[in-house]
Design a protein around this ligand. Sequence first.
Ligand code: C2E
Ligand code: CA
Ligand code: CA
Length: 339
Amino acid sequence: LSSSNGANGAAVLAQKALDAIAQAITIDDHDLFITSSLGVTLFPVDASSPDQLIKNADLALYRAKAEGGHRFQFFLEQMNAEVLQKKSLERELRRAIERAELSLVFQPQFSIGGGRPVGAEALVRWQHPERGPIPPKAFIPVAESTGLIRPLGRWVLEEACRAIRRGLDAGQELAVGVNLSAAQLRHGDFAASLRELIAESGIPPDLLEIEITESLLFEPSNDAIAEMLRRIAHLGVRLAVDDFGTGYSSLAYLKRFPVHKIKIDQSFVRDIGRDTDDDMIVTAMVNLAHSLGKRVIAEGVETERQLQFLRELGCDEVQGYVLARPMPEAALRELVARH
Ligand code: C2E
Ligand code: CA
Ligand code: CA
């Protein structure tokens, strides 16, 4: 957009454009709604060359979409810095996979009755040689948006299978949960490569548990994903719905997919005993899951009080700092041996 009235004029114009596009269009008695997003950059404040202006507007547009769309966003100088930062993180992450800077830690999951460890969630860690530990929240999104999640996710799966194998060799039968990104499911024949991996590591498939987020499951009309999940389940691998309650929870979908377990998101667990709404939601989730024949695990359990509530409710398993933090494999072995 160019406006002789500067930023204010551009903002007014941008909003007018969004509103105009948002008007319902009627075709054959159906009201169709279109939303749009807009990136705005100012000439000559932000840049003077057409190329740079278009790049700026594109970056702003990208942000407008990322924040939910149906809005406009001005270009900000820091967006350039963010792109550079992301590029360098991408470069370093690529190297990290080759240089074995990644590792897995395991957070034990306990049966609520006996308090026995029955499984563990594998969580990836990146130890950067100069910058120190980088949390997954900082690099998983970069890996997802650059396609690096596929080699990374593959490595995590291989390592998790090897850990299951080492456990069995040490006389410890422990299920291991692995987080899966949507991009891994959408690319190639994931089920076939999973089958090979399981065969190579010689583990019982039901000791491997794939965690997928609720939003992935409830993507509308995603038949390809549904089919892939069915094939994974057919291998005997278990499926758990991660972050349950944060997406568009739907009874119908839960019935449709071969889901074995539901993981109640920590945002609900956090306010147990403090917010009666959350108490009721957690109660409903456990009952719902049980009536559908699924197991339930609560994650992010931090206090005895939460633990007590979940125990009385009949939740099957718990995972959280109150019982154990994520730990290296050797520590996990010791913990399991102690029980
Ligand atoms: P998530 O799958 O929901 O994993 C649980 C996160 O909650 C972990 O953080 C864990 O350390 C943390 N947590 C566990 N118990 C507690 C508790 O009692 N209180 C609190 N406040 N937090 C607790 P982490 O390891 O930083 O992982 C963050 C996210 O990164 C994960 O969320 C997952 O979405 C992603 N992630 C981690 N590893 C992988 C991976 O190998 N592949 C993919 N695709 N994503 C991964
Ligand atoms: Ca998870
Ligand atoms: Ca989770």
